[in-house]
Ligand binder design. Structure first.
Ligand SMILES: Nc1ncnc2c1ncn2[C@@H]1O[C@H](COP(=O)(O)OP(=O)(O)OP(=O)(O)O)[C@@H](O)[C@H]1O
Length: 372
């Protein structure tokens, strides 16, 4: 308690319930607590998509209720350079990126942490559902206790040093407990809806948003045997495993099996589709990753046999790691995985310890396609 009383923590206040309760819990634990609201996207606050103004008002209301100061910072330039440019270049390359992972590494646990340290803070805190523990001189990232809310997938690219200066007060709780605590303490955000989607896109149509930045190039839709069966309005609008929105629903076969995207052929600007949810073209036995961020920066300690998620909200899958001569890895799954998507991240786990992860480069239908 005495230590906590001398520890100054700045909590990232998003105007949501998780960060509100994080601030409250830290105060109850005796820390010196302040809040910080970040603006990461420049937009006219009055557009129907932008919730920033309301979010700031909610963050302020909670800080007023708790009697703590709320700092405000604008990281829109950092966000644009270090997150958004990458997001666009990935889409241009026909891949499906996840900007939230980069936002955590570059903004929440870099720009925000640096800013907080400059303000003289000892640590930062966020409302992420993850836990942290110290073991054998290392800081480890653990899954949140609420399996349904665990956000370690999105934090796998944050380094050990940054994690060692971060607190995650709600990681030990279930979401319903967080809402109950907020209500008991009359925090205005207690019943606020969870934020969904990518912050800068908000509720607007994804296609309209992307079109402002990348010109769409219409092309053919082909079946696996190379027959042209329709037109797409741009490969960037489609992702592996996608079923809806292909506009070829009328072309069902006798079994009425729906079509799924199984490949994006960038060189020919062709979308390849196959029929049926269990179409073999949707499955991969292996994949490659060029760069893996190991949280604890010591690949020697990483077991060959571990578990991984190729998307958020997937049960961990058993796999084996093989180092490639060029420094990256091949990942071989015990069971074939559906809709492995280049540009998305694979995140590795040893039980509930999140080890790190990387961006999926290539997927392989069969393990035998991996040379070496
Ligand atoms: N604009 C922001 N300003 C300050 N901190 C933020 C902001 N956006 C997110 N954060 C921090 O990152 C955490 C996770 O953000 P995420 O977007 O996943 O929100 P969430 O899980 O809905 O949490 P919350 O209920 O607190 O909004 C938040 O709990 C908060 O600590």
């Amino acid at each position: 308690m005495t230590d906590n009383a001398h520890t100054r923590v700045i909590v990232g206040m998003s105007g949501g319930v998780d960060s509100s309760v994080s601030a409250l819990l830290l105060m109850q634990q005796g820390y010196q607590v302040e809040g910080l609201f970040m603006k990461n996207w420049e937009e006219d606050d009055d557009t129907e998509y932008c919730t920033a103004r309301q979010d700031l008002a909610d963050a302020q209301a909670v800080c007023d209720r708790l009697g703590i100061h709320l700092h405000k910072a604008n990281f829109a330039a950092e966000y644009w350079d270090n997150v958004f440019e990458h997001f666009l270049s990935e889409y241009r390359a026909g891949r499906t990126p996840n900007p939230d992972i980069l936002c955590n590494r570059e903004i929440k646990f870099r720009a925000f942490l640096d800013y907080a340290l400059e303000l003289g803070a000892d640590a930062i805190a966020t409302g992420h559902y993850v836990r942290r523990t110290d073991r054998d001189g290392h800081t480890l990232l653990l899954k949140g206790l609420d399996n349904n809310k665990d956000q370690s997938y999105f934090l796998h690219a944050v380094g050990e040093q940054e994690l060692s200066r971060s607190l995650f007060p709600v990681g030990e709780l279930e979401k319903h407990e967080v809402r109950d605590i907020a209500e008991q303490h009359q925090l205005a955000t207690f019943n606020k809806k969870d934020s969904t989607g990518i912050c800068f896109i908000g509720e607007r149509r994804f296609r309209d948003f992307l079109k402002q930045y990348i010109p769409a190039q219409p092309g053919d839709i082909e079946s696996e045997d190379g027959k042209v069966i329709g037109r797409h309005s741009g490969l960037m609008y489609h992702t592996i495993g996608q079923r809806q929105g292909l506009g070829i629903g009328g072309l069902k076969n006798a079994d009425d099996a729906p079509w799924y995207v199984i490949e994006k052929d960038l060189s020919r600007n062709v979308l390849v589709v196959g029929q049926g949810n269990d179409n073999l073209g949707l499955f991969s036995e292996a994949l490659s990753v060029d760069t893996v961020y190991w949280i604890n920066d010591d690949p020697a300690l990483v077991p060959d046999k571990l578990r991984a998620k190729v998307r958020y909200r997937q049960t961990d899958q058993a796999c084996t790691l093989q180092r490639k001569p060029d420094g990256g890895y091949h990942v071989l799954f015990d069971e074939p995985q559906r809709a492995v998507t280049p540009g998305q991240s694979i995140v590795f786990y040893d039980q509930d310890v999140c080890l790190g992860g990387g961006i999926i480069e290539q997927r392989f239908a069969h393990k035998t396609m991996i040379s070496g």
